[in-house]
Design a protein around this ligand. Structure first.
Ligand SMILES: C[S@@+](CC[C@H](N)C(=O)[O-])C[C@H]1O[C@@H](n2cnc3c(N)ncnc32)[C@H](O)[C@@H]1O
Length: 343
């Protein structure tokens, strides 16, 4: 089983059962990430074992919970499970499949870390006059234990306020990427003045935001590389009253901004005609970068055309993919062949 990437053809239920029996597979994976088929949405082939064809939505949810609960034993103690999943409707009403799945997996011992909204900017509008078009899916992030491997620095975003027109993109020479000679004495001085300020003397006697920025080693007229605001706007004098929780001087993380729990990523519906319902490489890449490091093992139990495997190869992670259909397995092998690792 140490071959990499490793694509296994068959029913994920049976294969996960078999893998769970092998001692060398237990606690092996840092990440299990997948997008299972929607309930009664489409047919990928003619195999009756295909997930999504159960006689009821309850049977579908139960089967998925059972399978993903078994995956827990394959995860390392600091590993995580990520499920990209959307809801289905019956008689106009939503079936709450992501919610029921979440409740079931939490009952099985997983910790729900985040229910991220993947906003599909280029969603396909439905013809409905009574329901809204489905423009998002959930990206459910569960950890096996409280102590979970994460690497936020690899997925930070930069200057998105500027992109949205809130702040202009400053010239490169006006961006300051780190503090220059912060002055501990001056910091203590401004801190003391601000924290001790009551109502007299007049507020104007407090240090200016530019003075505060300078004390911390930032040119007040230069810009933060993350939010593109001037550093004098990172400083506050309102440490009093309602604003006690504000730090006096707060720079954004200079490596970029935490991407938040709404991910705006366009769908890539087709890769030629090879497979439908693939997830975009950008989405998997964000998850793999955040949840693993080089050399880690990653699994996708519904691997389709092998998108997760492709990203793992690019990012130097080791990969096992499972799919019911031989066509998808050979497609995945072909797709991954010409992919080379990033430097
Ligand atoms: C939504 S697609 C996954 C696409 C994949 N994320 C990608 O980017 O290519 C779901 C996949 O689950 C597979 N599948 C359905 N039932 C299965 C089962 N019981 N065991 C394993 N794979 C199954 C289908 O063949 C399909 O390729």
């Amino acid at each position: 089983m140490e071959r990499d990437p490793y694509f296994i053809e068959g029913d994920a239920d049976t294969i996960i059962d078999q893998l769970s029996l092998l001692p060398d597979q237990r606690k092996k994976y840092r990440l299990i990430v997948t997008s299972p088929p929607y309930y009664k949405h489409r047919k990928y082939g003619d195999d009756v074992r295909e997930l999504g064809r159960e006689s009821s939505d309850s049977a579908f949810v139960k089967r998925l919970i059972t399978l993903l609960a078994k995956c827990r034993s394959l995860l390392r103690d600091d590993g995580s499970l990520w499920v990209v999943i959307g809801d289905s409707r019956r008689n106009y009403g939503k079936l709450l499949i992501p919610h029921r799945l979440t409740a079931g997996l939490v009952k099985e011992g997983y910790i729900l870390r985040e229910d991220i909204i993947w906003y599909k900017r280029n969603y396909i509008a439905s013809g409905s006059h009574v329901n809204f078009s489905q423009a998002y899916e959930y990206v459910l992030f569960f950890s096996k234990r409280a102590n979970c491997f994460t690497n936020m620095d690899l997925i930070r975003t930069k200057g998105n306020e500027a992109r949205e027109g809130r702040n202009k993109v400053p010239p490169l020479n006006m961006i300051q990427f780190g503090p220059v000679l912060p002055d501990k004495k001056k910091i203590a001085h401004v801190m003391e003045k601000i924290t001790k300020w009551t109502s007299a003397p007049a507020k104007e006697t407090l240090p200016s935001t530019s003075e505060i920025a300078r004390a911390y080693g930032y040119d007040p007229e230069k810009y933060c590389p993350t939010c593109y605001r001037k550093f004098k706007r990172h400083a506050t004098r309102n440490r009093i009253g309602d604003h006690k929780h504000y730090p006096i001087f707060a720079v954004c993380n200079l490596r970029g901004k935490n991407p938040g729990n709404v991910w705006d990523i366009a769908t890539k519906a087709h890769h030629g005609n090879e497979h439908f319902a693939i997830f975009p490489e950008e989405l998997v890449e964000r998850i793999v970068k955040f949840a693993t490091q080089q050399g880690d093992w990653v699994m996708d139990p519904f691997s389709g055309r092998g998108t997760t495997g492709i990203i793992c190869r690019k990012l130097k992670r080791r990969f096992v993919g499972i799919d019911l259909y031989p066509y998808n397995i050979s497609l995945s092998r072909r797709n991954i062949k010409n992919v080379s690792a990033y430097d």
